[in-house]
Write a protein that binds this ligand. Sequence first.
Ligand code: SAH
Ligand code: MG
Length: 218
Amino acid sequence: MDERMEVFLETFLEEMPEYLTDIEFKAQKEHVPVIRRLTGGVLIFFLRAFNVKKVLEIGTATGYSALYMAEGKDDVLIDTIERVPGRIEQAKDNFNKYDRKNRINLIAGDALNILKELSEKEKKYDLVFMDASKGQYKIFAEYVLKLLNPGGVMITDNVMQEGEILESRYAVSRRNRTIHTRMREYLYYITHSKDWNTMILPVGDGIAVSIKNRERWQ
Ligand code: SAH
Ligand code: MG
């Protein structure tokens, strides 16, 4: 999105606590790719619109988006998955300080393993926020389908890949090619599968909002 437009639209977001801005700035300084503010706005809109109680986040980083969601609706419980030790440590620190009511549960490990475990335990969520290794989104989504309640929502971040998604495969640097191909396949999957009803929003780095189909939509 055009930067001036983004800044303009941000002025309409509700004000968030000061500490969130601190965590956001620290993350940006350390090149941790946290959600854009407008993406935060979208997340809390859906938490409220769907009266979400249980959230699963894939990709905690330092806890910014989890705390953003927790601030946005005061009865949500969040499970959030992260695999990088340094980030787990920072997230834990932030949750100890700011998640006073212990509504955020950090699960350390690789998302694929954790998703398998959660589905074996038949855990259910109302909203899943997918914000981790972009190349694995499709395989994650197959587990997310099991974990979501009918009518539940999956929000996927970074689907525009900083603009690269629309370039031809050959224009994309070799390093990003696999991710580019996989993201395209993922977008095709969530927009064509009967399991999902999806819209793509050009907010932040692009987000896909996918509703798990209820029987009657099929
Ligand atoms: N949601 C966060 C930002 C997440 S950045 C926020 O907006 O505040 C993506 C994070 O996902 C990184 O910290 C990365 O370590 C983690 N990640 C990527 N692939 C993962 C995987 N397979 N399992 C667990 N964590 C993963
Ligand atoms: Mg992201």
